[in-house]
Design a protein around this ligand. Structure first.
Ligand code: SF4
Ligand code: SF4
Length: 121
């Protein structure tokens, strides 16, 4: 009982463990697996990211018509709504075209906004 009371008193003077999100945030550590960054110019369209994805969150699609001269192959479209942020796509990419970033702020009411097109339409 004494131990509990002492712990309670100690905690009364400690800084809270929680922060006032969204006004405050904790520092996101290096190596955190958040939103993908994709560089189409590094991509060789090998499709390895598509094949390794355990959640079928990646689909290889053609570039929009107006970009097809420059980008004639197929490129990954990533649906973050299906993604479990395992990082397999980053690990297997031979050219570092896809990397997971520290961006964790992905909540939205619009499910379409979490689909990352390889190139703007
Ligand atoms: S992080 Fe994992 S689940 Fe998400 S797209 Fe890449 S391979 Fe698929
Ligand atoms: S992002 Fe990487 S793994 Fe995926 S198709 Fe392009 S080069 Fe291949």
């Amino acid at each position: 009982m004494i131990k509990t009371i002492l712990e309670l008193i100690r905690n009364l003077f400690k800084k809270p463990m929680t922060v006032r999100f969204p006004h405050e945030s904790i520092e996101i550590p290096e190596g955190f697996r958040g939103e993908h960054a994709y560089e189409i110019d590094k991509c060789v369209s090998c499709g390895l990211c598509f094949r390794v994805c355990p959640n079928r969150a990646i689909e290889m699609i053609e570039a929009p018509e107006k970009h097809r001269d420059k980008y004639p192959k197929t490129y990954p479209r990533i649906d973050l709504g299906k993604c479990c942020f395992c990082g397999f796509c980053e690990d297997i990419c031979p050219t570092d075209a896809v990397k997971l970033t520290k961006n964790v702020y992905l909540s939205t009411f619009d499910s379409k906004s979490v689909i990352k097109e390889p190139i703007e339409k």
